[in-house]
Design a protein around this ligand. Structure first.
Ligand code: AP5
Length: 214
């Protein structure tokens, strides 16, 4: 079982992936989280990708596909895998097709979180992220119990470096140019599952569970 989570920056992919992991045996692989960890650790990969990420651009296709393939091939897909943030370009979608067929894995479907720009700006504008465990919050719609502190691991919450107004505008432009064409790609394959992502997190989660059959 491999599910792709597709949608604009800030549509709620990470939030839904975390909710799914909490209620199932599925494991989520967020390419954004993997890259942020590499940057925080100061690894060679981190130094290669830092400037792309902070400006809101995409890291090279082969690079991110190799990072993800290495993790998936090491871990296996167990009870199911959620791909949060990959693929993001048509070449990445083709690399994923190859990765799946090489390993005998099947794409169960693509959850497409449909949102509008006003909602995205509102969500990204108030996002708070935990650098420790990766949990996500929102200053008004999903606040932590204690202001500025992660409910799960007590780390101090931060605002991501790519959540500045300039980087958000760039991410939206990159999304429209490079990632949105994947909607048609997966629609043609009959894999696209459209989810209206405009409700609160629990309302969206109910739709996700209905699609996945949880
Ligand atoms: P990545 O981390 O994947 O960023 P993204 O796609 O821009 O997605 P986000 O994490 O910003 O948003 P999300 O949809 O997960 O929303 P969230 O749940 O947090 O990638 C970062 C960077 O890494 C990229 O820009 C690129 O440089 C690089 N990268 C990663 N993958 C790559 C790839 N495959 N190829 C090349 N480069 C790659 O929610 C947002 C906010 O809204 C939160 O505050 C949350 O609490 C709130 N919220 C969520 N759902 C709801 C709801 N239903 N109602 C109210 N509030 C909600």
């Amino acid at each position: 079982m491999v599910w792709v989570l597709l949608g604009a920056p800030g549509c709620g992919k990470g939030t839904q992936a975390n909710m799914l992991m909490a209620q199932s045996d599925m494991k989520s692989y967020s390419t954004g989280e993997m890259l942020r960890k590499a940057v925080a650790e100061g690894s060679e990969l981190g130094s290669q990708v830092k400037s792309y990420m902070e400006s809101g651009g995409l890291v090279p296709d082969e690079l991110i596909a190799n990072v993800l393939a290495a993790r998936l091939e090491q871990d296996g897909i167990g009870s199911g895998v959620l791909l949060d943030g990959f693929p993001r370009t048509l070449p990445q979608a083709q690399l994923l097709d190859n990765m799946l067929s090489k390993n005998g894995w099947t794409l169960s479907g693509v959850l497409y979180f449909d949102t509008d720009e006003a909602l995205i700006l509102q969500r990204l504008g108030g996002r708070l992220s935990c650098p420790g465990c990766g949990a996500g919050y929102h200053a008004t719609s999903m606040p932590p119990v204690k202001a500025g502190v992660c409910d799960k691991c007590s780390a101090d919450l931060i605002t991501r470096k790519d959540d500045t107004p300039e980087a958000i505008q760039n991410r939206l432009r990159v999304y429209a140019e490079s990632t949105e064409p994947l909607v048609a790609y997966y629609q043609q394959q009959g894999a696209l599952k459209n989810i209206d992502a405009s409700g609160n997190a629990d309302e969206v989660f109910a739709k996700v569970k209905a699609v996945i059959g949880l």
